[in-house]
Design a binder for this molecule. Structure first.
Ligand code: ADP
Ligand code: ASP
Ligand code: MG
Length: 424
């Protein structure tokens, strides 16, 4: 008889304290008695990862990357062991494994490693022994030989990726991401009370939402799901309510062109004032930033006046300090007037797979922001999104205005006629 294999991931808020861990264990026990084999992926408890980061930075401004990953990985070790113990207390056989024990190997980039391979032999053996297997999320082991292998972490939100990677490697029957909201919404429900839950969202649109800041799923997890055809179910760990399926969306052409909004506060604006307007300047600016591993996103260069021009771009807010260091000496070398930065900005995006052949949406977006009195500082577009940079304190105003302008509260006609779809 085929026993279904289910991968379930529980995020930080779902395991934030002993009570919640016991509750998660009861949920797992229920699923277990229904006859499933289970692989459980957990995040660190509550804000543990942030607290560990703060602690490291209280010791030194620039913690060693290897030691930092060793430290951060302990957050998930804690929660994995505790969930296992909670299952034992309920009479359920369970064992916790670290990422490396679970067979997850990665490249060697500390703090943002990518999974290179999953060899789930140990997991399979533990399932055979009758155990529920609890895997510490967000981590793996760099693939070097045993003498030099190191613990790596997968970047913020990386437990999502652990779960999807394991579901793919184990060819699991289901992959469920339990979190603190009921599923994927048309906008972050914490900021936009009118946001509507989506029964289904296609990989491409989810990927873009994640790229543009919707932290509910890590970008890499969506990519892995897409490539491996893993249907990802996002649902609440606090209530029994239908979730959202992330999967190939056959109806994408028939849907509302704008599927959702995303926002990102982890952004800062950098401006080089009066840089000489001559060939080679852009390279001189962006090459050293790239070498320092800093991701530059929106770029605007104004029309030059009298041989000089202003150049503005965005970097992740968390990397502003590093970017400043790289650029300060360059400002002198290039003969620019000054370097200014602004960390109180944010990005808002409209996302939809249908946007590329739908003229007029940019104008509608700008119009909605203008009517709400929100000033647009920068704009960028791709096939499936339009992004505006605005002042951070106008974020909720902007999101509310866009949500209204694109009628996102109104159910998608396709979802209404094809509700059978949402049942999976
Ligand atoms: P977990 O700890 O379970 O991994 P996260 O905090 O990483 O949870 O992600 C869940 C959060 O993502 C929600 O609380 C919500 O505020 C935020 N979020 C942002 N955009 C969306 C969206 N479009 N749909 C649902 N949640 C969203
Ligand atoms: N604990 C890690 C973080 O806070 C990984 C995760 O939660 O997915 O980013
Ligand atoms: Mg998360």
């Amino acid at each position: 008889m085929h026993r279904p294999l289910v991968v379930q991931k529980f995020g930080g808020s779902s395991v934030a304290n002993a009570d919640r861990i016991r509750r998660v264990a009861r949920r797992i026990a229920r699923e277990r008695s229904a006859g499933s084999d289970l692989v459980i992926v957990v995040s660190a408890m509550g804000d543990t990862t942030d607290e560990l980061l703060t602690l490291a930075h209280a010791i030194t401004d620039e913690p060693d990357a290897r030691e930092l990953d060793m430290l951060l990985a302990t957050g998930e070790h804690q929660s994995a062991t505790l969930v296992s113990m909670a299952l034992h207390a309920l009479g359920v056989d369970a064992i916790s494994l670290t990422g490396p024990q679970a067979g997850i190997t990665t490249d060697g980039r500390y703090g943002r490693a990518r999974i290179a391979n999953v060899e789930p032999r140990r997991i399979r053996a533990e399932i055979e022994r009758g155990n529920v297997v609890i895997v510490a999320g967000f981590q793996g082991q760099s693939a070097a030989d045993a003498d030099r292998a190191e613990i790596t972490t997968l970047g913020r939100g990386g437990s999502d990726t652990t779960a999807v990677a394991l579901a793919a490697a184990l060819r699991a029957d289901r992959c469920q991401i339990f979190t603190d909201v009921r599923g994927i919404y048309t906008a972050d429900p914490r900021l936009v009370p009118a946001a509507r839950q989506l029964p289904v969202i296609g990989y491409e649109e989810m990927l873009e939402l994640a790229h543009q800041g919707a932290q509910v799923m890590q970008v890499r997890a969506v990519e892995l799901g897409w490539v491996n055809d893993v249907v990802i179910e996002v649902l609440s760990s606090f209530e029994d309510a239908p979730g959202t399926l992330i999967r190939e969306d056959p109806f994408v052409e028939q849907r509302n062109k704008v599927r959702g909004l995303a926002h990102d506060r982890n952004v800062a604006k950098v401006t080089l004032v009066d840089v000489p307007d001559r060939p080679g300047v852009a390279r001189a600016v962006f090459e050293p930033l790239a070498e320092a591993g800093i991701n530059v996103d929106m770029i605007v260069q104004n029309v030059g006046h009298g041989g000089a021009t202003d150049m503005s771009f965005t970097v992740p807010r968390a990397e502003l300090g590093k970017a400043k260091k790289v650029l300060e000496s360059l400002v002198r070398e290039l003969g620019a007037r000054e370097l200014t930065t602004d960390a109180s900005v944010a990005k808002v995006s409209i996302v939809g797979a249908g946007l590329h052949n739908a003229p007029g949406y940019a104008a509608r977006m700008f119009g909605a922001l203008a009517d709400a009195g929100v000033n647009i500082e920068m704009i960028s577009t791709s096939e499936v999104r339009i992004t505006c940079m605005i002042a951070e304190d106008e974020l909720s105003t902007a999101l509310a205005a866009l949500h209204g302008a694109f009628e996102l509260t109104r159910p998608d006609p396709v979802d209404v006629t094809a509700t059978g779809l949402s049942a999976g």
